[in-house]
Design a protein around this ligand. Structure first.
Ligand SMILES: [Zn+2]
Length: 400
């Protein structure tokens, strides 16, 4: 037995669909600490308690698989800690029918998932995640669990990223296929929505998280809404939709600022009227601290987006101005705006020109007004676009 096996906890568990028992594994959480974490929570590297565990990928064990009926889901569902929002009966009914047909998608995909091999491979993890998504999508749109689908697509995006970024060998192929790529393409004939790369997964994650926010009954939960909106900003950034990312961040800033103000007022009023107990005071203070951090993080994020916009547009903005005679700050702003450059680029280029004017005039104050080179707080505090947050946030992101 390999020492690495000490990294796992193996438990017997009944399948919530077919009721048959098998053993499932997960990695002992006390053995590792995430070290490098990306903006969408993907862990790039871990620090392990002992080097013998290095090379294990805890995220490969996130989905459990029943080898009898090929049901795949998160371990909480197998353990009865998550009742799938009461939808499990519906899933059971449809899955048991599908699992009786040997050539059904469920059986073909499920047949390649080997969670009992010594270490779960990237391919097995990818197949188990795709199967879990397929099973969730058996439910009609109005019955779906949107936050869960968002999470499953996000985790699948991480797996595709790991496949590319770490240049991992794409495993031995399922029987009868030259590669997993070919296998997935064949399965996509039966299920055209099968996501074949990271970008498709990210777009679906955005779609389902957005739907989850729209439908959320937890609208008063600022932490949830802000957390998901930060995630959406990061995902838009990965897809190079800088404007959509900027809208998300502006919403975080405005939402957090207004929630902080409301909480402060309620806290001060409650204390002065003696209406709050210690626990309530503590919880409101902790929320204010959390919101302060969210506001700071939104400013940094906004600067990052603005820098990306500027870096992308500056070469062509410069090109536009090279042969223009008699430039003025106002003229630059107007010209670049007419040419469709982003506000950030217009202001920064104008500010660069102003500084040059200053140098030429021997540090005299120029006659023209200098726009601020960066104004993240002003930009963040700007008016929300029409149609409310969710309307503006996803106006450019068409529903499928
Ligand atoms: Zn089962």
């Amino acid at each position: 037995m390999n020492a690495k096996n000490e990294a796992f906890i193996s438990v017997p568990c009944k399948c919530p669909i077919c009721d048959r028992e098998s053993r499932h594994r997960y990695v002992k959480s006390k053995l590792y600490t995430p070290v490098e974490i990306e903006g969408d929570q993907h862990v790039v590297s871990y620090k392990w308690e002992s080097p013998i565990f290095e090379g294990i990928h805890p995220n490969y064990y996130h989905i459990w698989h029943c080898a009898f009926c090929n049901f795949c889901d998160e371990k909480e569902v197998f353990r009865g800690e998550d009742d799938s929002g009461g939808k499990l009966e519906l899933i059971r009914e449809k899955l048991l029918i599908a699992s009786k047909a040997p050539k059904s998608f469920i059986n073909r995909m499920g047949g390649t998932i080997d969670m009992e091999q010594e270490y779960v491979t990237l391919e097995a993890a990818l197949c188990s995640h795709l199967q879990a998504i397929y099973i969730q999508k058996i439910l009609t749109p109005n019955m779906r669990q949107y936050a869960k689908l968002g999470r499953l697509y996000l985790r699948t995006a991480w797996l595709y990223r790991e496949k590319t970024a770490w240049d991992m060998p794409y495993g031995s192929a399922p029987v009868g296929y030259a590669s997993y790529d070919e296998f997935f393409l064949k399965l996509a004939v039966e299920w055209p929505e099968l996501p074949l790369d990271e970008n498709v997964c990210i777009d679906s994650a955005i779609e389902f998280y957005r739907e989850a926010l729209d439908r959320s009954k937890r609208v008063d939960d600022a932490r949830y809404e802000i957390g998901v909106t930060f995630l959406l900003a990061d995902l838009h950034l990965r897809r190079e939709r800088l404007d959509d990312a900027a809208i998300c961040i502006r919403h975080v800033f405005q939402n957090a600022t207004s929630k902080r103000q409301g909480t402060r007022t309620a806290l001060d009023g409650g204390i002065s009227r003696g209406k709050l107990n210690e626990k309530q005071i503590e919880s409101m203070r902790s929320l204010i601290t959390w919101l302060n951090n969210a506001i700071e993080r939104s400013k940094l994020f906004s600067d990052k987006i603005n820098n990306m916009i500027f870096e992308k547009e500056y070469p062509s903005a410069r090109e536009k101005l090279l042969n223009v005679q008699g430039l003025t700050v106002k003229g630059i702003l107007e010209l670049l705006k007419t040419e469709g450059f982003h506000d950030v680029t217009c202001k920064r280029v104008a500010a660069m020109f102003s500084r040059k004017l200053l140098e030429k005039k021997g540090q005299q104050q120029p006659e023209e007004e200098i726009p601020p080179p960066t104004a993240s707080e002003d930009e963040l505090g700007g008016e929300d676009e029409g149609g409310g947050f969710l309307g503006s946030l996803f106006g450019r992101f068409k529903k499928s």
